[in-house]
Design a binder for this molecule. Structure first.
Ligand SMILES: C[S@@+](CC[C@H](N)C(=O)[O-])C[C@H]1O[C@@H](n2cnc3c(N)ncnc32)[C@H](O)[C@@H]1O
Length: 283
């Protein structure tokens, strides 16, 4: 029996369903061989002989189960990210959306930004760079930029702020020079920018945002290249949670076409040449 064949069709289905329920992640048919190998790998690490026992461990509500999910998620998630990924969307953010938000929040000088599925931090940190450039007296502002992810290894990297040239492949040379210190073929992010962003472990599907004090009255949610890996029904659930935490007229920026087929009746759609964005309707 090959590694890929040790899981029966029924058990494969049960695993896939459980993973979608717990994380939102969809295991597609074409990825199933690869998926079986990941299950096999985790069973081997735990000395579990039968996949049924591993399933029972994941299904349980024990600390051991929670710890195992943390490890399995490392194998199931794609954490690809880089600074200023999708230059057009960042142009729209820098030229239009952020300046408008800054102007509209001038009265209380509070701005709250949520990067959902932030991986190793490149996305929220790119926004921090833009805000650093756009807000003249930043110390007078109460800025919150929160990056959340389900992958603990990616979050660890985000908190370190040390990147390879690959993560910087889309940043312009002037910003690279200004915000990074090149040392030992690695790029160390400026502490001032690093300190503008807070990172947290949160499962977008399962965790209640209410339990986190700062996840409310959000002005801008950016969630890109996350829903492409999600099941349709999981996207709908997370979208509903996003709607609850956004301020009226708050922005939601997904990756291109990632909300295709979703009910967006609670949002206004705004089409810019660079990208489509969604705005929470004010009741
Ligand atoms: C491809 S990365 C995208 C990173 C960044 N948003 C970007 O566009 O460059 C997708 C991220 O979503 C995270 N993710 C997947 N499922 C998640 C969930 N249920 N809750 C929180 N984060 C999740 C993954 O761990 C991964 O870091």
């Amino acid at each position: 029996m090959s590694k890929a064949e040790f899981l029966s069709v029924a058990l494969t289905k049960a695993f896939i369903k459980l993973i979608a329920q717990q994380t939102g992640l969809e295991i597609r048919e074409r990825d199933q061989t690869d998926f079986s190998e990941k299950i096999f790998f985790r069973m081997k690490a735990l000395n579990i002989l039968f996949p049924e026992y591993y399933y029972q461990l994941l299904e349980a509500t024990t600390i051991q189960s929670y710890q195992e999910w943390q490890k399995l998620v490392l194998l199931l998630t794609n954490v690809e990210s880089y600074f200023f990924r999708d230059k057009e969307q960042f142009k729209l953010l820098g030229d239009r959306i952020l300046p408008e938000l800054i102007q509209s929040k001038e009265h209380n000088k509070t701005l709250r930004i949520f990067s959902a599925g932030c991986s190793s931090g490149e996305e929220p940190l790119s926004i921090a760079i833009l805000l650093q450039e756009l807000i003249p007296y930043r110390e007078q502002w109460n800025l919150m930029i929160l990056g959340v992810d389900i992958n603990q290894e990616a979050l660890k990297k985000a908190k370190q702020g040390i990147y390879t040239p690959w993560s910087l492949r889309s940043i312009d040379p002037e910003r690279m020079q200004r915000y990074f210190l090149h040392f030992d073929n690695q790029y160390h992010l400026d502490m001032q920018i690093q300190q503008m962003v807070k990172f947290k472990y949160i499962n977008l599907l399962k965790d209640s945002f209410n339990e986190h004090n700062e996840i409310k009255d959000i002005d801008l949610i950016i969630c890109r290249n996350v829903f492409i890996y999600f099941e349709t029904s999981a996207i709908a659930k997370v979208l509903d949670k996003f709607h609850h935490i956004l301020q009226p007229s708050g922005y939601l920026i997904p990756g291109h076409t990632e909300l295709f087929g979703q009910d967006l009746s609670h949002f206004e759609t705004k089409l810019f040449p660079e990208s489509l964005v969604y705005i929470k309707k004010s009741v």
